[in-house]
Design a protein around this ligand. Structure first.
Ligand code: AMP
Length: 300
């Protein structure tokens, strides 16, 4: 893979990378499509990264559908597919990890380093300890192997995209990180490889995430800016669904992912909700139309 990518760069071609864990759906393919508009060659990777799964998570049962994935990628016009083995990515005595702390200025200089709630430790990182360390480590490795000009990620995983963007900037990578909008089912459910775990009753119930985000949007359009009030609306909508158990429902600053008191700058409404045993995430990205105006743009 290194040799092929090096060759493309030597020919002054624009190399694009789309990292995935396979079980591909239209969300992944939208990243490929975007990459194809901006790059040639487009390289996709499939690697179910053991280091980003917790001990009680679904690593062993994560869907692996290589035959169908490679067909989809070929039809989508991907030039190369990189499918490394875990032992190639993590040889014996693998010892080096990338961790994005996201230590905010407010916390800089605290006397007990390690006792802050860094960007990787909150929200997704709180429920899934070590998850983001696994993600940023494997993404760093993929970016080192391919050294693409552009790498494409989905905003469905908003905190992940933010961490990867920060990592690329902080470590002076020559790759530009491109974050793309989520692709949804017609009823609003964000596409996810984990949606296949849902039975038909749960699949129906899973629309509650999108309904909750819609309810928050309606409040914001009506002029509500208070985060607690918005959270209450999220909780009320989610608690109306018997199969849903909320992990978190928060309104956070789009850069720091710290909770906001009022919606006044760019922010995310973030949801993580168990539907039965399946944990789903979704978000609504909100940005002011201009610095003077109270009006907002909404991005589902
Ligand atoms: P995964 O295979 O789940 O690791 O996802 C690979 C990439 O696809 C990540 O950058 C995800 O954020 C992105 N992705 C996942 N779901 C969607 C979606 N519904 N729409 C757009 N991108 C997505």
């Amino acid at each position: 893979m290194k040799e092929a990518a090096r060759q493309a760069r030597a020919e002054n071609r624009i190399v694009g990378l789309v990292p995935t864990m396979g079980a591909l759906h239209a969300g992944h393919l939208s990243l490929i499509e975007r990459a194809r508009r901006e790059c040639s060659p487009v390289i996709a990777s499939i690697f179910v990264n053991p280091k980003q799964f917790g001990p009680n998570e679904d690593f062993s049962k994560y869907p692996r559908t290589f035959e169908s994935d490679s067909g989809k990628l070929e039809r989508a016009g991907v030039d190369s597919l990189f499918v490394p083995e875990p032992a190639e990515i993590y040889p014996n005595a693998f010892s080096t990890y990338v961790n994005v702390d996201g230590l905010s200025d407010r916390l800089e200089g605290r006397t007990r380093p390690g006792h802050f709630d860094g960007l990787s430790d909150r929200l997704e990182g709180r429920t899934r300890p070590g998850h983001f360390r696994g993600v940023t480590t494997v993404v760093m490795k993929l970016l080192q192997i391919v050294q693409p000009n552009f790498a494409y990620f989905g905003r469905k995983d908003a905190q992940q995209s933010r961490l990867i963007t920060l990592m690329a900037r902080d470590l002076n990578l020559d790759t530009e990180i491109v974050v793309c909008p989520p692709v949804r089912e017609p009823d609003g459910l964000a596409l996810s490889s984990r949606n296949i775990y849902l039975n038909s009753e749960e699949r129906q119930a899973a629309t509650v995430l999108h309904h909750a985000l819609e309810a928050a949007r309606r409040e914001l359009v009506a002029g509500v800016r208070d985060a607690l009030q918005l959270q209450a609306v999220l909780q009320r909508t989610l608690s109306g669904e018997r199969l849903a158990r909320v992990d978190y429902a928060e309104i956070v600053d789009a850069d720091s992912f710290e909770p906001v008191v009022r919606v006044s700058k760019r922010c995310y409404v973030l949801l993580a909700v168990f539907i039965g045993k399946t944990r789903l995430i979704d978000n609504l990205y909100v940005e002011p139309k201009s610095s003077e105006s109270e009006e907002l743009f909404f991005h589902f």
